[in-house]
Design a protein around this ligand. Sequence first.
Ligand code: ZN
Length: 358
Amino acid sequence: MALSIPVVWTDAHRLHNPETAVWIGVPIPTDELPERAEAIRSALKDAGAPIVPTAAHPDEPMLAVHKPELVEFLRGAWDAWASSELPADPVQPDVVGYIFPTPGFLGGIEPRVPTALSARTGAYCYDTMTVVADGTWEAARAAVDAALTAADLVLGGKPAAYACCRPPGHHVTRGAFGGSCYLNNSAVAAQYLRDGGFARVAVLDLDAHHGNGAQAIFWERGDVLTGSLHVDPARGWFPHFLGFADERGSEAGEGLNLNVPLEPGSGDDVWLAGVEQLVAAARTHRSEALVVPLGVDAGAGDPNSPLQVTEEGFREAGRRLGTLGLPTVFVQEGGYVLDTIGPLVRATLEGFERGATS
Ligand SMILES: [Zn+2]
C-alpha cells in the first residue's frame, strides 16, 4: 500500500553545504550533506508519498522558542564574516567560534557580548564544529518553515506529516546552537502545536544523540513532555555533558523529561524497549499531539553512532508510535549513510501508518 503521510519539501536545504566542518580544531569533510535529504525524498516518493511544498511562515513561531539575539546572530553572521578580514587572514571562510563563556570562566558574572566578530560566535554557538557558511541561514530558516508546514497539515486534520528538512535542529537550545544544528525545527513545531490548540504535546526523539535542545527549552514545562532515546553520553558520545537518566525536568516539568541512554552496541531489542518507555510516558502524560525528531543514525553502520538498529527495528518503532493514535509531526534530524537513510525513514513512516490504523 502506498505511503500516505505527506512529505514536506524545500529545495532551500541545498543552500547549506559548507565545504568543511571543524572537529577538534581540524577541518574535516562534512557528512551533513544535501544528498541526505535528496535520498530520503527519493525513497519516500518511491513509496508513493505525496510531496508537499514548504510554505513560508512569519518569525513569530520561531521566536516563541528561540531568543531573538540567537536568530539575529544567525541571520547576519555569514555576511558579517564574509565582509571582514577573517576569510583572507587567517583564511577561515566560515563562521566558527573560539572562546566560550563557560561557568568556570565567568565565576557567576553575566557575560557581555563580544565586540570582536571572531569572538562573538561563542556567545551563541557552544562548539567549534558547527560552522555558519554562505546559505546556512537561508536553509536553516527554510527547515523551520518545513516543520511548521508539517504542523499546519496536522492542525488541519492530517493524522501525520513529515518534514524532510536539513540542517537538523534538535541540539539547539533557546539561545545557543551547535551539534551541526542551527534552529530547533522540532521544538518550534511542538510549541506551534501547543499554540494551535493541543493542550499537551510530547516530543519523542529517536535520533541516536540526546535531544538536549528540547530538554532545555521545555525543562520547566508541564504541557510539553520531552523524551530522548540515545547512546549513553558517558560512553564518549555527543553531547557528552547532558543526556543522563537523572535529568528529569523541574518546576511544572518535574518528571516530564525522560532520558533513556543506551550502551554502545545496543540493537533492536534494547532500543525498542526504550521506544516503549517513551510511548508509555506519552500515555501517562495524556499527550494530545506528538512530535518525533526522527534521526536514523541509530541504524547499524552509521559512523556517527555505535547503536545497531535494523530497518525492521525502525519499522517496529514507527508502529509503536502509531499505536498512540496521536496527530504526529515527524521532523528529520540525523542519519548519515546515504544508502540507508531513505529506507530507514520509509520503514519508520510505513510502520507508523500500520500502527495507527491497527
Ligand atoms: Zn544524531
